[in-house]
Design a protein around this ligand. Structure first.
Ligand code: BGC
Length: 381
């Protein structure tokens, strides 16, 4: 059953069979089949996520399964393990199983164009999920958070902590993978808020000569951001992040440390970078950002080892993706408030808001909101 994951047609047979047997049981394994879907609302959908190696995407898988189980839909979720060839193969597998809608979170935005085009050629609607698919017109919709707002929230946190601390505060910048369009949006947002505070001398960038060379420019081109990212990228990889942070700390003097401010792009890399800074005896205090509200980072925040995260409520993203898929299946158009240019077309989208989480509001934002149960953590007040 687990191996031979089935899609809508076969799932319907299962549903009918289970109704006949009077045994419409809740199943947690794939395919997610629970109650018979309401007439006309069946979901012939395939989902492809980038990797199982980051808790962020396991969050998405879990939330999809919860939502789909509740709603009685059947879908198949496949992971690409950071490999565009595997991603394309996953999409082809789903097409061959007859999906009508593809929800794809690309590992590499440009490389995913071929997979999106294969789906489009097969008459499948393509929804880019969280990360935009670039350089193709074969994208019908984009479900996303406001990624510029994520970077702005991270930078605003650092600026708030710097208030009243004078000038010349050491700033270390880290970014995501250049193959991910979001990495540019996060950095753009962070630069919007940090740049004036770099230009006025509040912060001094310690680990990117490209960023220093551009520090008087309020708006950067994609190419300029690419040059900075080339020096500060973590490639979304914990080990790359740790090694880069260690190399940066080795390259500077004790005078460049003390109380430091660190823009880390997400939670996984934030924990790796925070551990490297914590291990340096010349660092007396650090402020470090993150995003995703991964459980391990929520615990780091409670323990005072990570300063903040940006909660992107995956339940909202999943609900938006399912709503868009249902709209397409019913021949309708999903709700649109924005467009995102992917170098070929303006892709319709409805970006969702994000929430800053620190030790002060972690209980309200994460526990009281029902995002995670208190029992997953220790030391909560
Ligand atoms: C996502 C982040 C995630 C990062 C690394 C980005 O595209 O928006 O939530 O942390 O990729 O996987």
């Amino acid at each position: 059953m687990k191996k031979s994951k089935l899609l809508f047609t076969l799932a319907s047979v299962l549903i009918v069979a289970s109704m006949v047997l009077g045994a419409c049981a809740t199943q947690t394994q794939e395919p997610v089949v629970t109650e018979p879907p309401a007439a006309g609302s069946e979901l012939a959908v395939g989902i492809v996520l980038p990797t199982k190696d980051e808790p962020r995407w396991i969050q998405d898988e879990t939330r999809f399964k919860e939502a789909l189980t509740q709603q009685g839909y059947s879908v198949e979720i496949l992971f690409s393990q950071g490999d565009p060839a595997k991603e394309k193969q996953n999409v082809e597998t789903l097409i061959s199983k007859g999906i009508k809608v593809l929800i794809l979170c690309p590992h590499d935005g440009t490389a995913a164009a071929a997979a999106a085009e294969a789906a489009r050629d097969a008459g499948v609607k393509v929804i880019a999920y969280d990360r935009l698919i670039l350089d193709t017109d074969a994208v019908d919709y984009y479900v996303t958070f406001d990624s510029v707002a994520v970077g702005e929230a991270q930078a605003q946190y650092l600026v708030d902590q710097a208030t009243g601390k004078g000038k010349g505060l050491p700033l270390y910048l880290y970014g995501g993978a250049s193959s991910d369009n979001n990495a540019f949006l996060f950095f753009e947002g962070a630069w919007n808020v940090l740049q004036p505070k770099i230009a006025d001398g509040t912060f001094v960038i310690k680990n990117s000569s490209e960023a220093v060379a551009l520090q008087d420019k309020a708006k950067l081109t994609r190419d300029e951001m690419g040059r900075i990212l080339g020096q500060i990228t973590t490639n979304w990889d914990f080990n790359v992040a740790k090694n880069l942070a260690e190399a940066n700390l080795t390259a500077v003097t004790a005078a460049d440390k003390g109380e430091v401010f660190i823009l880390a792009p997400n939670d996984g890399t934030a924990r790796a970078i925070a551990d490297a800074f914590a291990a340096d005896t010349d660092v007396t205090k650090y402020y470090i950002t993150g995003q995703d509200a991964e459980k391990a980072s929520v615990q780091y925040i409670i323990d005072g080892k990570q300063s903040m995260t940006v909660l992107k409520d995956v339940r909202t993203l999943v609900a938006d993706a399912i709503a868009a898929a249902v709209a397409f299946l019913e021949g309708k158009t999903p709700e649109q408030t924005h467009t995102y240019n992917n170098n070929v077309i303006d892709v319709p989208a409805k970006p969702s808001a994000v929430v800053t989480v620190t030790k002060d509001n972690v209980k309200a934002a994460i526990i009281d909101s029902g995002y995670y149960p208190a029992s997953d953590f220790t030391g909560l007040e």
